[in-house]
Design a protein around this ligand. Structure first.
Ligand code: SF4
Length: 230
């Protein structure tokens, strides 16, 4: 007679981990038990404190949840002077504060200065989304994030911008690397935050928390997309 442990039984009947039938079984069981498939995170410099530039609550939610489950403690940095008009900025910011404080995390409310943002993108107003204006927009926001990181003892920063399918990941990473290069001692974490089930989880959390879900990227020029849809 042989007494099988649960693991031995699964190994024998379904195959060891890594085989298709075993992986499918485990995924089905996780789903049945209501467990989230957790993306395993490894920070590029081993830090467990991260400064997370947040663009909005919906895009931040799944990323923050995933970081916490991986033992990382993000401090949320809200610097989005691109958002227009001011009322829209305040609405998005209050939603971000609501979520972040509910997690017991620190929220850094950086200043809103739309005129500074407008000066930065001057001459690029007519650019399409994913064009040259967006690169400048990302660079301004991430450079400010890197500055705060350097001045407040963070060695690692990243951004929720990299969770949006509307934005160019290449541009975001380029802006992040440039920002880090301006503040030696900081590293930009180039993580594709759309992958690993985070996009799906974002959509679940959006409903669970009843977040305000904006319909355009943020600046007055991106409102054109909204106007075209309406
Ligand atoms: S479309 Fe979005 S990323 Fe591009 S400039 Fe406007 S606010 Fe910034």
């Amino acid at each position: 007679m042989k007494v099988y442990s649960h693991k031995e039984m699964l190994d024998e009947v379904l195959g060891v981990k890594g085989t298709a039938s075993r992986d499918k079984y485990e995924a089905d069981m996780d789903k049945f038990l209501g467990k989230k498939a957790m993306l395993k995170l490894t920070t590029p410099n081993g830090a467990d404190r991260v400064l997370l530039h947040s663009c909005c609550a919906p895009c931040s939610s799944a990323i923050i949840e995933c970081m916490l489950e991986n033992g990382l403690r993000p401090t949320v940095f809200y610097f989005n002077p691109n958002i227009y008009p001011r009322e829209e900025y305040e609405t998005r910011k209050q939603e971000a504060i609501r979520f972040v404080t509910a997690q017991g995390l620190d929220f850094v409310d950086a200043d809103y200065d739309y005129d500074r943002w407008k000066a930065r993108i001057a001459g690029l107003e007519g650019e399409p989304e994913r064009g040259a204006r967006c690169l400048q927009c990302f660079t301004l926001r991430l450079t400010e994030t890197a500055r705060y990181a350097a001045e407040n003892g963070f060695t690692l920063f990243t951004t929720t911008l990299a969770s949006s399918r509307w934005k160019s990941l290449e541009q975001i990473n380029e802006a992040g690397r440039l920002a880090a290069s301006r503040y030696p001692g900081t590293v930009f974490w180039e993580q594709n935050w759309r992958k690993g089930g985070l996009q799906e989880r974002r959509n679940q959390l959006l409903k669970e928390y009843g977040f305000y879900n904006q319909q355009y990227c943020g600046c007055e020029f991106s409102m054109r997309r909204l106007e075209q849809v309406l």
